[in-house]
Design a protein around this ligand. Sequence first.
Ligand SMILES: Nc1ncnc2c1ncn2[C@@H]1O[C@H](COP(=O)(O)OP(=O)(O)OP(=O)(O)O)[C@@H](O)[C@H]1O
Length: 240
Amino acid sequence: MSVNCKNVKMSFKSAAGTVNVLKGVDFEAPIGKLTMLVGPSGCGKTTLISLIAGLLRGASGTMEVFGNEVLTMSASMLVPYRLKNIGFIFQQYNLLAGLTASENVAVPLVASGTGWPVALEKGRILLGKLGMNAHIDKLPSQLSGGQQQRVAIARALIHEPRLLLCDEPTAALDGQSGKVVMNLLKELAVADDRAAIVVTHDPRVYSFADRVVHMEDGLVAKVESIVTPSSTDSTNDTAH
Ligand SMILES: Nc1ncnc2c1ncn2[C@@H]1O[C@H](COP(=O)(O)OP(=O)(O)OP(=O)(O)O)[C@@H](O)[C@H]1O
């Protein structure tokens, strides 16, 4: 398993009182698979993947990610944990407005000690693979939504994380662009030693999943294993 969560509970305190958002989640994401996490708005999907990424603290239970017990990890250990293991694609992309596309992509490598020239070159190569050669020196404000999405994907994958976490990667895209993005994610992020977890509301992309985990009201309600046609067949998407 890339991720193995047992009895994960998480609450938020606010002026109105305590909200129990995760109520004892058992969740697994197998290595070499794309796991989709689906369920009604507010059921706790983003909270769960934020905990897995080490971006959110304060949960109880156990959460093993590639052998690391995340919930009890010290703050100083979380930084190298994230750099080594996690790529995160945020719903709103979260690109740095003052940096070009290739500079945005280079940031995770620079953060883990690679020099800017090497990081930028790797960033350009990866953006090229994503069909972005004409846009590598543009600022995010000069890019379309789909182009920004590709920059966010490249930034999440540049340091070759073992686990890619994506929050609604196709929400802002039309149907065809959504399929292209899902094909890219599967091709780049799912391998024998890697896994991806995709949070989505988008029924158009369900067929890219190897496994669908349904959450409801802070709990896992159902798990489906999906048998798909060849996951690498990115040219034939008529089934999607
Ligand atoms: N920082 C916070 N403080 C208080 N409540 C929060 C906080 N973050 C999330 N919540 C609440 O926790 C619940 C679950 O939120 P979460 O974002 O995990 O749901 P979700 O399933 O990802 O929803 P959506 O599909 O709409 O993105 C919601 O009721 C939300 O309002």
